[in-house]
Design a protein around this ligand. Sequence first.
Ligand code: LLP
Length: 428
Amino acid sequence: WPRSAARADGELTVGGVRVTELAREYGTPLFVLDEADFRARAREYRSAFGDADADVYYAGKALLTKAVARWVHEEGLKLDVCSGGELAVALAAGVPPESIGLHGNNKSPAELVRAVEAGVGRIIVDSFQELDRLAEIAAERGRVADILIRVTTGVEAHTHEFVATAHDDQKFGLALSSGAAAEAVRRALDSAHLNLVGLHSHIGSQIFDTAGFEVAARRLAEFLTAIHTEHGAVLPELDLGGGLGIAYVTGDRPLEPKVIADRLLGIVRRECEAHGLPMPRIAVEPGRAIAGPCGVTVYEVGTIKDVEGLRSYVSVDGGMSDNIRTALYGADYTCVLASRASDTEPTLSRLVGKHCESGDVLVRDLYLPGDLRPGDLLAVAATGAYCHSMASNYNHVARPAVVAVRDGAARTLIRRETEEDLLRRDVG
Ligand code: LLP
């Protein structure tokens, strides 16, 4: 739950605002973001990694709006974007281009042109074709692009298959094991229009221990040594990516930013000392760990169906179009009655959406008060990351608004979509 979550007269409040008031004012489903909590988590990462010798890039794919980009910038973080669309939001928000890193395994030529022309600080190169394309684009414009090479370290991250990214058999990066990463480094060093600043690795997402990061860091430090030996080049930066897990349900035990920072900085320092290399500037890219916990989704209960002897199906006014994570990854969530207190015996329930398929589940198994009725508001916790950002218009359901709450006041960051919005693109 967001740090400001509390109860007033039995009602849930976030940022000092009652959820019932938010629902009345902005409608449901509604994404509610605790701004102070978002900023605090950003600051905690910033200070855990030390203010001078490391960069913290907030991963915008978790949740990006212009306001969010400004918060990130104001708290001293940089911003990782992974598409032209995210880059456009970052630039529109006034984030300085030099504090932006651009990712993507298939950046289009137009995206690369935009990044070079805007003067994006780091482009994380993911393939040989991109290396060539980018060198050409920079050359045509008389520029030199600062790049990192995304390295696949062969680490098997302990997380869902869809979000593990450092084993060899997947689409991201250039493999250490096959020599592709070494070949990319060679070509980058040879290019007059690419400035190879360092290496990048992202092992996966929703990870609860640092073991995988440590293996990756060790392999990258060895690779830095090999690069030094072969080319005499000392690459000054090492980006260890994002992926730090958050608590969705009781039992999830995330690590504190300080613990993560100490372990990661420690391992790189030890490895570099052992190989006689200077300590590189470290970067990390947390997305979920900053945005996730500070968001909740508020839904209104529409229908309740008791499936005899099994459970109660509680349908709300959103579903897989505002949170695909349960359907896609088998994610689990915590949900509470938000509009009033109830001391009725809890019933085994399944929280489902309004979409036309039975896989439209938000929470598979949960206990909700036995006196739940249509019109009650429910709040699902830890939906700040990868819910709004992965939202769709499936079944022509309009996407919810995103509101920020702080010190007893609320403001709209993203307005609710309307039927006119949905029809505007339908021009046939
Ligand atoms: N850096 C890179 C290069 C990434 O690919 C990602 C996430 C991050 C940083 C941020 O990872 P985080 O700290 O947020 O875990 N939709 C999935 C997560 C996909 C993550 C993709 N890359 C989910 O909802 O669980």
